[in-house]
Design a protein. Sequence first.
Length: 317
Amino acid sequence: MKYRKLGKAGVKVSEVSLGSWLTYGGTVADDSATACIDRAYELGINFFDTANVYRRGEAEKVVGKALAKYPRDSYVLATKGFWPMGDGPNDRGLSRKHITEQVHASLKRLNVDYIDLWQCHRYDVETPLDETLRAIDDLIRQGKILYAGVSEWSAVQISDALHLADKRLYDRIVSNQPQYSMLARAIEADVIPLCEREGIGQVVWSPLAQGVLTGKYRPNAEAPEGSRAANKDTAQIISRLLTDENLQKVEQLRAIAQRKECTLAQLAIAWVLRQPNVSSAIIGASRPEQVDENIKAIHVTLHENDVNDIEAILNNR
Ligand code: NDP
């Protein structure tokens, strides 16, 4: 495994990390989930991402239980809060109340004494930024969380947070968690340039476009059995990525993967990791074999001609 710094923070995370959205605590049976997490850990993945809202806490429980057998200092555990955890007016968002309560609830579900990286799952337009950052800073000072990050914040929102933290002497956020893949490149315009300047690392989600970039979904063919697209609970979420245009691009990428002697999944992960501002690619896995395959992406080096050839296929800026 190779490790990168989480932005300019001192902590190092594996280039490939494992997440638990749409998988653990629900769709994937607990023993398979544990097998994936164990395989990841054995192969050197030290960075695990979850969120309070994934299966309303069930994902955190499965991840916490699977990791409990390993020394606490050997892995970096990330979770998040923002999305509704109940029907009450205070069961959502980034108020001091909700953040504090959710960090305590996550600590219980994960069965740990501290969270390495706590992330604001989205920006909360209803709460003053100062209240959110101050609440997070307090939790850092209490030792409940070690680092803070955000997810899907715009460049302006990240910049505002950094300025306010500097002004008030709060700890700065260290990471952003955006969607980023060959089929989702919005962060290249503003977010990456800002974060490069400010030392904020990207921990990117859905680097395989939920599996579309593995090449297992073929144009005009049924979704393979057991896949995210074939499952009635998750089919709708992946459907927006399964367009004819995307599937044609994936077909064209096959030749490049063949030339690089790697799989399409490895090519897609190597492509996001070519960005030095990316600290880690957070993959999902429903089977340990997927972890085995995907992790080998760290050995795929893309040269300028590879990147240019891929660019010509994607041509989707
Ligand atoms: P990916 O793009 O890596 O897709 C993962 C899915 O693709 C797997 O669950 C599996 O689905 C399929 N797959 C993976 N590897 C292979 C392979 N080698 N061959 C064939 N199929 C494969 O990431 P996810 O969409 O799962 O997201 C990853 C993580 O990012 C999440 O778990 C979460 O932690 C984070 N995330 C964060 C968000 C945010 O708002 N901050 C939003 C979404 C995700 P299957 O076998 O079922 O087809």
